[in-house]
Design a protein around this ligand. Structure first.
Ligand code: AP5
Ligand code: ZN
Length: 216
């Protein structure tokens, strides 16, 4: 099955995608993670994406679409995938439906994780990520056992460059103007399922699993 997780920056898409992809044995495709991976390796794609990401803007559609098309063509996505951070514009949504249709596939459900803007800022300013396993912590809401250290592998946690308050505000603005139109887009196609993202992490996971299992 193919699931698209929709929601503003900091709604918990990455956190939930990690839990759900494990539970449902679906490949987890995070466009943000792929860009960050390329940034770290200083690839051409990484160099191109950097300026946009630092400003909290979207990387151009053509670049993002071909990157996801390549990722989706790999064998681990043959039976399904959980998309986190893509699509983010109507053009990306159209491209996704075309690339799936070419293989006789389609999106099954689009859970929307809703969280008010003021909570988003609080979440992103307390976010700490593991560079080794990618696990996402929060200094208050989901702290590691030892401050600044990953529970699983002992790596030193880091804060994302684009989680500075000014950049966060711009990312939320960009979400409102460019990505929020996808809510109506998927509503019209009867694929949208809203989930309250303000509840504790495990509760949100349960609600998401319920809406996904309903269609799967
Ligand atoms: P991307 O990495 O996709 O960032 P984002 O969408 O802004 O989402 P985030 O990763 O910030 O938030 P999240 O919803 O995953 O929240 P998380 O689970 O971490 O994109 C980054 C950039 O890449 C973009 O700005 C753009 O430049 C580029 N890009 C990516 N995709 C693109 C595309 N398709 N097109 C063009 N450009 C693209 O949670 C946040 C924090 O809250 C964590 O600390 C977590 O522990 C905590 N938390 C989570 N859930 C809860 C809860 N229920 N209660 C309390 N705390 C919680
Ligand atoms: Zn780790």
């Amino acid at each position: 099955m193919y699931v698209v997780l929709l929601g503003p920056p900091g709604a918990g898409k990455g956190t939930q995608a990690q839990a759900i992809s494990q539970e449902l044995k679906l490949a987890h495709i995070s466009s943000g993670d792929i860009f960050r991976e390329n940034l770290k390796k200083e690839t051409e794609l990484g160099k191109l994406a950097k300026g946009y990401m630092d400003r909290g803007e979207l990387v151009p559609d053509d670049v993002t679409i071909s990157m996801i098309e390549e990722r989706l063509s790999r064998p681990d996505c043959a039976e399904g995938a959980l998309l986190d951070g893509f699509p983010r514009t109507p053009a990306q949504a159209e491209a996704l439906s075309v690339m799936l249709a070419k293989q006789g596939k389609q999106i099954d459900v689009v859970p929307l994780i809703t969280v008010p803007a003021e909570v988003l800022v609080e979440r992103l300013s307390g976010r700490w990520t593991c560079p080794t396993c990618g696990y996402v912590y929060h200094s208050v809401f989901n702290p590691p056992k030892q401050t600044g250290v990953c529970d699983t592998d002992g790596a030193a946690l880091y804060q994302r460059e684009d989680d500075k308050p000014e950049t966060v505000k711009n990312r939320i603005r960009v979400y409102e103007s460019q990505t929020a139109p996808l809510i109506e887009y998927y509503q019209k196609r009867n694929l949208l399922a809203e989930v309250d993202g303000t509840l504790p992490i495990e509760h949100v996971t349960q609600s998401l699993l319920e809406v996904i299992k309903k269609v799967g």
